[in-house]
Write a protein that binds this ligand. Structure first.
Ligand code: NAD
Length: 274
């Protein structure tokens, strides 16, 4: 599925990301949508991706156009490499070469490793890690050729430390931090940067959904999950916001982010300072 809306030309647009083309995976919800809103507000044209109710997605896409930017929605399933290749080609054909790539799509499953379904392991590795390899592989050569590009991988505090019952998620997130460093080194002299943003808990549908799973795994109530399992790791005892993640991503995408590459930047209220 795709939708595109032409924007009025803004020759005097001095916003930091004016005219850039940004593709954000998993941007129909939560952090990805927050990042899309922040980048659009700074002038970037936006490729949205992800699942959801078509009317909600259309509302989200329409909402971005108030910033006078072009938008495109591609509902590619990121567990399918062929669908990713089609999405990348469509983005290029409709909006032009991707300048800003944000690999954000992610899924979660919480269970002790002995009971962890193999199909969930495969799906989490495909969406949370391999999809970023496929998108980066599609855009990096052109970014290097043009001498500019920004790749931001939304990893997690679980890219830096582990928690029980999240074997696939923790493995995938540690993997994406390693991929980030490798891409940064390969592109270091080209004007292309690649960084990982590592949020602690951010209040989004993904977190809401895992509260019930965690309650079952730990055999405690939902309220205890919030206070004693989730925020117990986060010393500032508050959920981060999608706006905070969006603002850091926008900074990394701007001119002043030029020297930051290969970094795994924690936005976790002090969690990984332990
Ligand atoms: P969310 O569930 O609100 O959004 C996930 C997005 O990914 C949605 O748009 C969904 O449609 C999309 N998606 C899922 N599977 C897909 C697939 N196969 N193909 C295409 N799109 C797919 O989750 P969120 O909390 O906003 O998480 C976004 C990212 O941030 C994830 O990578 C997550 O691991 C990471 N993260 C979240 C938190 C948190 O506390 N919310 C903390 C650390 C890291």
């Amino acid at each position: 599925m795709q939708t595109v809306m032409a924007a009025k030309a803004e020759p005097q647009d001095r916003r930091p990301l004016a005219g850039r083309v940004a593709l954000i995976t998993g941007s129909t919800s939560g952090i990805g949508l927050g990042v899309a809103e922040t980048l659009a507000a700074q002038g970037a044209h936006i490729v949205l991706n992800g699942f959801g109710d078509p009317a909600d997605i259309e509302r989200a896409r329409e909402g971005l156009t108030v910033h006078g930017v072009k938008t495109l929605y591609v509902g590619a399933d990121l567990s399918e490499p062929a669908a990713i290749a089609e999405m990348m080609a469509m983005a290029r054909d409709v909006l032009g070469p991707v300048d800003l790539l944000v690999n954000n799509a992610g899924i979660q499953h919480v269970a002790p490793i002995g009971e962890f379904p193999t199909s969930k392991w495969d799906a989490i590795l495909a969406v949370n890690l391999s999809s970023a390899f496929h998108t980066i592989r599609a855009v990096l050569p052109e970014m290097v050729e043009r001498g500019f590009g920004r790749i931001v991988n939304i990893a997690s505090a679980h890219g830096l430390v582990a928690s029980p019952f999240k074997s696939a998620y923790v493995a995938a997130k540690h993997g994406i931090v390693g991929l980030t460093k490798t891409v940064a080194l390969e592109a270091a002299r080209s004007g292309v940067t690649c960084n990982a943003v590592c949020p602690g808990y951010v209040w989004t549908p993904l977190v809401e959904k895992q509260i019930a799973d965690q309650a079952r795994a730990h055999k405690i109530s939902a309220e205890q999950v919030v206070n004693d399992v989730l925020l117990v790791n986060q010393p500032n005892r508050r959920f981060a916001t999608v706006q905070e993640i969006g603002a850091l991503t926008a900074f990394l995408c701007g001119e002043n982010g030029a020297s930051i590459t290969g970094a795994a930047l924690a936005v976790d209220g002090g969690w990984t300072a332990h």
